[in-house]
Design a protein around this ligand. Structure first.
Ligand SMILES: [Zn+2]
Length: 332
C-alpha cells in the first residue's frame, strides 16, 4: 500500500457507524467485514484503520497531514499490520499469523491504536486459524483486528463467533457507474453499466476486467456458446478453443449467464437479461427451454467452479466438453 486510502463513497454509512462506536468507546476489538467480492471491503477496512491511527482526524476520517498519515501514505506505519497471503490466491501461513502475535503484544510505537487488517480471512487453514484465534480472544488493549472476506462460508465458525459482523452491501448502480467512469479511461455510462452487469455490479471487479482486457476472453465465451447453439462448432471444438482461458473465470461468467437465462425463462421477461453482450442468445434459450433444465446446468457449473476454487485440479478439456454438451442439449 503506497497511499492513504480513500474508501469508496458507498461505505460512508458503515464508516460513520464505526466512527460513532469509537467515539463512544464501544468499538469491538475484532470486526468481520463481509460482502460481495470487488466492492472495496479491504480498502474500507484499511481506511478505517488509518483513521484510528491519525493524530487529528477530520470528521472521523484520516486528516492526510499528520505524522501518522504520512507514515500510512508511505505504507510504513509501524502500528498498522496488513496480513495477506504471500501470493494472491494462496493461504495465509501459520508463521505469518504467528508474526502478527509479536506485533499485537508489543506496545504501540506511536502511542495510540494498533490495527490489523486480515485480507482475506477465509484464506486460513486450521493451524493458522487457531493461531489467530488466540489473538482474537485476548488482543492487547487499543488493538483492533479487521477481518475481510467475501466467502463467509469458508471462515471457520470459531473465528466468526469472536467477531462483530459488518455486512457490506453492493453499491447502487448509479454510484457504481459514476465510480467506474472516474476510475477507468474513456468509458461512457452505457459501457460502464454493461461491464458492471458482467461483473455482478462489483466496481473493482469491473475495473480489473477493463484493465486486464478481459473483454476479448468474454467475447470468446459468448461466441463459443452461440456457435454451439447454432451448430457452427461442436462442444468439443469450442472446449478446445478455450484451453488457454482461465477456467474459474469462464465458469463464473457461464454460471451468471445461465442464472439470467433461468430467471428469464421462469418470468418470461426479457428485461431480466441484464448482460447485453449475450441478450439475444439468452433470450432464445429462455424462450425455448424449460427453466428446470437451465437451473440444473447452472447448478452443475456452480459445483464445478467451487471444486476448482477448493483447488481440485480437473481435466479441463473433459470438464468443458461435458458442460458444453449439456448446453447444446438445452435447445434439443
Ligand atoms: Zn492524520
Amino acid at each position: 500500500m503506497s497511499e492513504l486510502l480513500k474508501p469508496f463513497p458507498w461505505f460512508d454509512e458503515r464508516f460513520a457507524h464505526l466512527g460513532q462506536l469509537h467515539d463512544q468507546n464501544r468499538l469491538p476489538h475484532a470486526l468481520l467485514i463481509h460482502g460481495m467480492p470487488g466492492i472495496g471491503k479491504a480498502a474500507f477496512a484499511t481506511a478505517f484503520a488509518q483513521s484510528l491511527l491519525c493524530q487529528s482526524p477530520v470528521q472521523g476520517r484520516a486528516c492526510g497531514h499528520c505524522k501518522s498519515c504520512d507514515l500510512n501514505a508511505a505504507g510504513s506505519h509501524p502500528d498498522l499490520f496488513i496480513l495477506s497471503p504471500e501470493e494472491e490466491g494462496k493461504q495465509l501461513k501459520v508463521d505469518q499469523v504467528r508474526g502478527l502475535g509479536e506485533f499485537i503484544y508489543s506496545t504501540a510505537q506511536q502511542g495510540g491504536y494498533r490495527a490489523v487488517v486480515v485480507d482475506p480471512a477465509d484464506a486460513m487453514n486450521v493451524a493458522s486459524a487457531n493461531a489467530l484465534l488466540k489473538m482474537l480472544e485476548e488482543p492487547g488493549s487499543d488493538t483492533i483486528i479487521l477481518l475481510v472476506t467475501s466467502k463467509m462460508g469458508q471462515v471457520l465458525p470459531t473465528i466468526k463467533s469472536r467477531c462483530q459482523h459488518i455486512e457490506c452491501h453492493n453499491p447502487s448502480e448509479t454510484d457504481a457507474i459514476n465510480w467506474l467512469m472516474a476510475a477507468a479511461d474513456n468509458i461512457d455510462a452505457e459501457k460502464a453499466k454493461s461491464i458492471l452487469h458482467i461483473n455482478r455490479g462489483a466496481p473493482k471487479e469491473a475495473l480489473s476486467y477493463i484493465e486486464k482486457g478481459l473483454n476479448e476472453h468474454r467475447a470468446q465465451l459468448i461466441r463459443g456458446l452461440a456457435d454451439i447453439l447454432k451448430q457452427r462448432r461442436t462442444a468439443l471444438e469450442v472446449a478446445q478453443s478455450w484451453q488457454k482461458l482461465d477456467l474459474e473465470m469462464l465458469l463464473g461468467w457461464f454460471y451468471s449467464l445461465l442464472s439470467d437465462a433461468a430467471r428469464g425463462s421462469v418470468c418470461q421477461s426479457p428485461e431480466l437479461l441484464r448482460q447485453d453482450d449475450a441478450r439475444n442468445m439468452l433470450n432464445a434459450v429462455a424462450k425455448k427451454t424449460n427453466p428446470v433444465k437451465i437451473f440444473k446446468l447452472a447448478d452443475k457449473v456452480h459445483e464445478e467452479r467451487r471444486a476448482i476454487m477448493l483447488r481440485q485440479n480437473p481435466n479441463k478439456q473433459l470438464l468443458l466438453e461435458n458442460i458444453l454438451l449439456e448446453w447444446a442439449a438445452l435447445l434439443n
